[in-house]
Every structure is written in structure tokens, then in C-alpha cells.
Design a binder for this molecule. Structure first.
Ligand SMILES: [Mg+2]
Length: 402
């Protein structure tokens, strides 16, 4: 089963504020560089999509209402959603804050047929959280995910093993996992437009034209997806970044942003019970070198620490060192701080408190965590509150194969 909240951030905002219900809303910045993070279904009717520049969204939908967004609230809702997911199966694979695969293998004797379980899950999320969720059920993951997409908004679609080919055949090849716009164009050149075209093609000619990759997507096209639900897939890195309202060339002015991101990343490391060995500083140059949103070159610098850390100050100091020694030459439009090389706390138990300073920081961090848990992220920090809220929105947890 694949469960995916409908327009998650926008739905939470509409639940919180009755004045937004039934209205076209977008979560994201409304400024000249703002981007739509999520759009309500009312806004989607006008062609507003997530990742669209806010200016374009406003052009397509003049009555569009922008909401700044509240990542702390979305995360709290996400935790409640996953608690409910886990009531239906011990095997839940988190894909993002609002989306998961839930393995129903072996649960039917206890909980009923898959569609009964899917319907119950939808009802519980509706009753307890007043949020819409769509559910897809299928013998394999890829088909379940496509089915939940087809069930949207607020629906359930079950595809039985016998119906997989009939369901997939009329869909464009771009719906197959791993087939992006470039691959889709390449397949179109070869005459493969629909998934059905791939199903009918013979393996030898696919292999001749596309190599191993051709065989792989033909298998997926036939609904043969051997990936299991992986409940314990760990994050491989934590990072946070944001785009400035206007470009910044003064390096000193970047330091408070680095400290802010570092503290936020560190809090997430601590919450997950992991430490990081490597600190990454990332920026996007303000000097365009190509067309489109990807036309700004991205740079990263990384440094591996002698010992893994979950301390924001250590992460910030390392990132600031990277900034000073090998940082941007000119103005930048985006800045980010990340951590990779994660290890679990237990691996570092020995020598954890090897100095008074480390011990002091650890106690301080615990206190900070308690305060931010109670009063929100904006309670502590050196940036003015408004800037601090902007910093929070682009939070991401990167996973192995996302
Ligand atoms: Mg969703």
C-alpha cells in the first residue's frame, strides 16, 4: 500500500484557518524569488504546481492566496500520520514527510482485506487529523504508487495482480520510476509513448536499442518490481538551505545564516540519535551561466571532522572555516549547510565526554532541544524572527535513492 497525503502542507493550512478552505492557496514565498512549495487543489485547477515560481503561479491564478508555511507544524502532523500508519503494519517505509509504503503482506488475517485496511486508514486520518489522504494498493511498490496518484484527491484505488497490465498500458512511459523527461524523449524517439508500447516490445530489440536499462524498464512496465518495503532505510545526510531575498556578497553577513542552519541540522541529528562525520557547505553563485532555474552554478565544500558530532556550534565553526578558506568568490543567491557520514550514537559512546567543553555543550544542547520542542524553533537564535522563519522552509532529509 502506498499512502500519500493530498496537497499536504496546503491541506494543513486550510484545516488550521477556515478562511482558507475552498480557496486557491499556495504555501511558499510570494516575493520575486518565491517558489510554490505546495498548492491546494483549488489552485491546481488553475495550473498552479509545486516548484513553480510564485510569479508564474500568481499569473496563472490571480486570486491565489500565499501562506508563508510552518514547517514545525507540518512535522508534528507528519509524526501523528506515521503513528497511525504504524498501527496498520510493522513495516512502514517513509518516503517523505507525507508519504509512505506500508507492507500489508500477512496482515489480512488480522485486519481484513487490503482495501478494507486502506479504507480504515483513510478514515482514521480523516477522523483524527481532518486531513485527506489517497491510497494505492497493488502487488508491487511502483504500481501502488502510481495507483495512489490516480486515486487523488481523497481516494483509494486497488490494482489486483490480474489488472496490473491493463492499468499500466494506457499510461505514458514517464510514469515508470526512473523515467524522467530526458529518458521519456529518448523512448518517444524509438516509438515508445505509452507503457503498453514497452509491454509489447520484445526484450531483444529493447536491449539492442537501450541496453540493460531497456530490459529494466520493460520489467517495470510489466509491473515486475522486486523492491521490498524497507522500513529501516536510514537517512544518509541531513541538510538545510535557503535562497536569499537578494544576493549576498559580504561573507561576514553569511555567518549568522550558517549558524542558524547548523543549529537546525544539529537538532535533527540529535532527534534521530545520529552523529555526522562530514560537514558540507553549499552555495549557488548569483552569476548565471545557463538558462532556466538550473542556470546558477552550485558549489560545495566539505571537511571531515576528527570525531563525529551532533553539536551545532561545531558544525557551524567547520562550515565557517570552509567559507573563509575556500568560500564563494562573488555574490551568492543560495546558501546551505549539510552533514553526511552519519553514525549511530552508540558507535561513539566511548570518549563521548572526553572534555569538559564537550560535556557542557551536550547538556546545553539537551536544554535547547527541550525549549525548541515546547516553544518552536523561533524561540532561540540570533537572526531576527522573520529571517529565521524563512530559513526553516527548505528542510530536507536526503535518503539513499531519492
Ligand atoms: Mg503528498
Amino acid at each position: 500500500m502506498h499512502a500519500d497525503m493530498d496537497a499536504f502542507y496546503a491541506s494543513v493550512e486550510q484545516r488550521e484557518d477556515p478562511a482558507l478552505r475552498g480557496q486557491p492557496i499556495a504555501v511558499g514565498g510570494s516575493g520575486p524569488r518565491g517558489v510554490v512549495t505546495a498548492a491546494s487543489y483549488e489552485a491546481r485547477q488553475y495550473g498552479v504546481r509545486s516548484a513553480m515560481p510564485s510569479i508564474e503561479a500568481k499569473r496563472r491564478c490571480p486570486p491565489l492566496i500565499f501562506v508563508r508555511g510552518n514547517m514545525a507544524l507540518y512535522k508534528r502532523e507528519s509524526e501523528k500520520i506515521f503513528t497511525i500508519f504504524q498501527d496498520f503494519s510493522p513495516s512502514v517505509e517513509r518516503v517523505s514527510l507525507d508519504e509512505a509504503f506500508i507492507d500489508l503482506t500477512g496482515t489480512s488475517r488480522l485486519l481484513g482485506s487490503p482495501s478494507t485496511i486502506g479504507q480504515r486508514l483513510r478514515e482514521r486520518i480523516r477522523d483524527e487529523l481532518s486531513l485527506p489522504v489517497s491510497v494505492g494498493i497493488a502487488p508491487v511498490k511502483m504500481v501502488a504508487k502510481i495507483a495512489s496518484g490516480s486515486a487523488k484527491p481523497d481516494g483509494l484505488l486497488e490494482i489486483s495482480a490480474q489488472n496490473v497490465k491493463t492499468f499500466l498500458s494506457p499510461l505514458p512511459v514517464g510514469r515508470i520510476w526512473g523515467v524522467g523527461p530526458v529518458a521519456q524523449a529518448r523512448l518517444a524517439d524509438l516509438g515508445f509513448h505509452l507503457i503498453g508500447d514497452l509491454i509489447e516490445a520484445d526484450d531483444a530489440s529493447l536491449e539492442g536499442a537501450l541496453g540493460d536499462w531497456g530490459l529494466e524498464i520493460a520489467r517495470l512496465a510489466r509491473g515486475e518490481d522486486f523492491r521490498e518495503v524497507e522500513p529501516y532505510r536510514d537517512a544518509v545526510s541531513y541538510s538545510e538551505e535557503h535562497t536569499f531575498a537578494s544576493d549576498i556578497s559580504d561573507r561576514l553577513a553569511l555567518e549568522p545564516f550558517i549558524r542558524e542552519h547548523a543549529e537546525s541540522v544539529a537538532r535533527r541529528l540529535r532527534r534521530s540519535g545520529v552523529r555526522a562525520r562530514t560537514v558540507v557547505l553549499k552555495w549557488k553563485s548569483a552569476r548565471r551561466t545557463g538558462p532556466g532555474a538550473r542556470g546558477y552554478p552550485v558549489f560545495t565544500r566539505r571537511l571531515t571532522l576528527p570525531k563525529p558530532t551532533d553539536d551545532g556550534k561545531t558544525i557551524a565553526q567547520t562550515a565557517i572555516r570552509l567559507l573563509k578558506e575556500n568560500g564563494p568568490q562573488g555574490a551568492i543567491r543560495l546558501l546551505g549547510v549539510g552533514c553526511t557520514g552519519l553514525c549511530h550514537d552508540a558507535e561513539d559512546q566511548l570518549g563521548l565526554f572526553d572534555s569538559q567543553e564537550t560535556e557542557r555543550r551536550s547538556i546545553l544542547n539537551k536544554t535547547v532541544d527541550q525549549i525548541t520542542q515546547r516553544f518552536g524553533k523561533a524561540a532561540i537564535g540570533e537572526l531576527p524572527t522573520q529571517q529565521r522563519e524563512q530559513v526553516g522552509l527548505s528542510t530536507q532529509v536526503k535518503r539513499g535513492d531519492d
